[in-house]
Design a protein around this ligand. Structure first.
Ligand SMILES: [Zn+2]
Length: 285
């Protein structure tokens, strides 16, 4: 279930955001929400012509471009930003100039601006979590380095460990200074069972997915890059380069979890999911 009237309520929301005083010392007030809300935020589009990289053909995937959303969870005890998408530096530039990977990227709005539309600024975000350390998920991570970063060691190490790439280390210098809480296994973010970071290694060693239990929508698992295309799931295909990684076991774990919790799976990069999703400033609850 989603609200489609959010834009009209922005003024009201700004009032409520300012009125609450439950934040830890030194942080702006938390939103006064009685339950959990989940926002799907446009963080760019990746132009891709290569479904073969995922064990699929053009017939399996008629439109092989990728959506690249970010997600914001509003919880009575704080806010969690999951992934930060393509860098805002790509906004307004031609696809052919934005070539960090695949055939190019298209970015029409900034994450900062999308958050402002729902009355949220970076200092209000309690926790930052990244599905993994690849460029299309960490693009704006520096802007949220004031949050507590719920990090897994393999992903921290690939960005900032002794063998980290110098360019990555330099590009994300602010994130390197973030307050870090190192997490392992499945992590209960707010301590009430409503939001879990699920360990799902394979695509990257420290890859994770996000579970959110919503009152009206029910349980949702946001895949991260556990899958890229819906056809991988329906046709049972694993990207060739991930067949010998943890991906098959992580997929089995998540599929079992979905069954056990009667949850739905959202594949963030899958356009067929993204096109039907309710986008920010509306939300799921
Ligand atoms: Zn990705």
């Amino acid at each position: 279930m989603a609200h489609r009237i959010a834009a009209a309520l922005l003024g009201l929301m700004a009032c409520c955001l300012a009125a609450s005083a439950q934040a830890p010392m030194g942080l702006p007030p938390l939103p006064k929400v009685s339950g959990v809300r989940l926002y799907v935020i446009d963080c760019g589009t990746i132009i891709s012509h290569q479904p073969e990289r995922f064990g699929l053909t053009r017939e399996d995937v008629p439109d092989p471009d990728f959506s690249d959303p970010c997600f914001l969870v509003m919880h009575p005890r704080g806010m969690l930003l999951f992934d930060t998408g393509l860098t805002d530096a790509q906004v307004g530039r031609p696809i052919t100039e934005n070539k960090m990977g695949y055939e190019g990227q298209l970015k029409t709005t900034t994450l900062k601006g999308e958050l402002a539309n729902i009355g949220v600024t970076a200092p209000m975000i309690t926790y930052l979590a990244l599905s993994h350390s690849h460029w299309d998920h960490v693009g704006n991570a520096n802007d949220y380095a004031g949050s507590t970063w719920l990090a897994r060691k393999p992903e921290y190490d690939v960005m900032f460990g002794p063998n980290a790439n110098e360019t990555v280390r330099r590009n994300y210098a602010a994130l390197a200074q973030a307050r870090i809480r190192t997490i392992e296994g499945d992590y209960d973010v707010f301590g009430d069972g409503s939001v879990f970071l699920l360990s799902s290694p394979g695509h990257r060693q420290g890859h994770q997915s996000l579970y959110v239990k919503l009152a009206r929508t029910g349980g949702v698992v946001i895949s991260g890059d556990l899958y890229h295309y819906s056809a991988e799931r329906t046709l049972g295909r694993v990207p060739p380069r991930e067949q010998a990684t943890g991906t098959p076991a992580s997929r089995k774990k998540v599929e079992d979890f979905l069954r056990r919790t009667s949850s739905q799976l959202w594949i963030g990069h899958a356009l067929d999911w993204y096109q039907g999703a309710v986008k920010s400033p509306s939300w799921y609850d």
